[in-house]
Structure formats: C-alpha cells, structure tokens
Write a protein that binds this ligand. Structure first.
Ligand code: ATP
Length: 219
C-alpha cells in the first residue's frame, strides 16, 4: 500500500496553517512528521484520516485518488492525542471489541495482568496510553496514524512501543508524529519536517539543525 497526501491547503478563518504539503508513506516503512508546537502536525493527521476538511487536499492510495474520507474505507487506525476508549469500559471488553487477545498482550506487558477486569479509567494516564497505542497498532489495518505515542510513557515502555511499531510496520504503512525526536529518528525510515505550512523531506539528519528545528549539537 502506498499512501500519498498531496496539495493540502488549510485555513482557520484567514490564518493559513498548511500550504503545499506532500507526504508519502508505504507498507514496510515508518514515516515521521516532526515540527514545532502549533505548526500543524495534528491538523495534518486529521486531514489525512478524513476528520478535518481543508480547502484543498488529495489522498492517493496506490496512485489512485481517494474520493471519500480515508476513515470510511476501514483500512486505517488512528491514535489521537486524546483518549478514545470510553472510561467506563472494562479492559477485557476493549480487547474483545477489537478482536485482540488479552493473553498475548500480557506476554509483552506483564504488569497489566491485574487490570483485566478493571475499567479503562482505573488506569494511569501512561497506562491508558499504552493500551490505546497497542490497540491501534495491533488491530487489523493497512495504514496507522500515531499522534504522540511516546508522550507520557516511561523509558522501558517507549522501547516496547518502538518494538511493536517495528513489528507492525512489516504489514502496515505507519505515520507517526512526536516531539521526542530521538525516538522518532530511531523508529522511522523517512522523516518530513513541517515548517511554515509545508513539508520538507529530510535527507540528512543535519537538515533538522539547518532548518532550525534542532539546535546545533542535539544530534
Ligand atoms: N479548530 C481550530 N480552530 C482554529 N485554529 C486551530 C484549530 N485547530 C488548530 N488550530 C490552529 O492550527 C495550528 C496547528 O495546530 P495543530 O494542533 O495541528 O499543531 P501541532 O503541530 O499538532 O502542535 P503540537 O505539537 O503543539 O501538538 C495552531 O496554530 C492551532 O492554534
């Protein structure tokens, strides 16, 4: 699967947020979007998913224009910044609902075994994030969007999530955005920097310094 997002132009009132976007993601690769706070990363993911309608945009799947919102195709999963699992839902039911096996999850996340009968809201913020990230990555799909999957996670869990991403990318096109640039650099195959409303494909990591996303010496 090749996913392309092209020609995006987004305004809020008269303020131009995005203009001249191109992004390509494909099965077997992790494609990252980096950029400063407020540059439009979440808007871009919402546009790609079909949640936000910009003035112009074009999505192509395997080279063919998609004429309906991507989320209506049933081939995409999205991890938004906010919690999407209802707080009152029991974890065992959340897994059943998504066709996922609790025991398989526990093999990788042993500390969660005590939560099988707990409600989603009984977990900490970081624990809720892990559950949602796992569900988004493991549910059957062809394209995955992850908005800040590493925020709020402890270092060991970040490594576990990175391994999950590495495993799942074999079957999926994964698009990820996060401020933890070192983890993004390690986890991704392609990086786009979003700056001044446009995407710049990063060919050498030092370009992140040249474009003033990172200060010199951060790499
Ligand atoms: N519904 C809205 N109405 C008006 N302006 C909005 C709306 N949603 C987002 N914006 C503006 O669009 C810009 C991009 O927002 P967005 O949330 O995409 O940024 P971001 O790159 O994801 O930021 P962060 O890294 O801080 O999460 C911001 O200036 C924000 O204030």
């Amino acid at each position: 699967m090749i996913f392309e997002l092209d020609n995006v132009e987004l305004y809020f009132k008269n303020k131009r947020i995005l203009n001249g976007i191109y992004l390509k993601a494909e099965t077997g690769k992790v494609t990252a979007i980096l950029g400063r706070n407020g540059c439009g990363k979440t808007c871009l993911l919402n546009i790609a998913f079909g949640n936000l309608k910009p003035k112009y945009m074009l999505v192509r799947l395997d080279g063919k224009p998609l004429l309906k919102p991507l989320h209506t195709t049933g081939i995409v999963m999205y991890l938004p910044q906010y919690n999407f699992i209802p707080g009152e839902m029991k974890l065992s039911f959340v897994f059943t609902l998504h066709g996922l096996d609790w025991k398989t999850f526990i093999q990788g996340f042993e500390a969660f075994s005590i939560y099988k009968s707990s409600k989603f809201n009984d977990l900490s913020g970081g624990e809720r994030r892990i559950i949602e990230t796992y569900i988004v990555l493991k549910t059957k799909s062809e394209i995955v969007f992850l908005d800040e999957p590493f925020s709020h996670l402890s270092p060991l869990h970040i490594e576990t999530v990175k391994q999950l991403i590495e495993d799942e990318k074999k079957e999926k096109a994964i698009i990820i955005s996060d401020h933890m640039y070192q983890h993004i650099i390690e986890a991704s195959d392609t990086i786009y920097l979003l700056k001044n409303g446009t995407t710049k494909k990063i060919n050498k990591l030092t370009e992140l310094e040249d474009y003033k996303y990172l200060s010199t010496g951060c790499l």
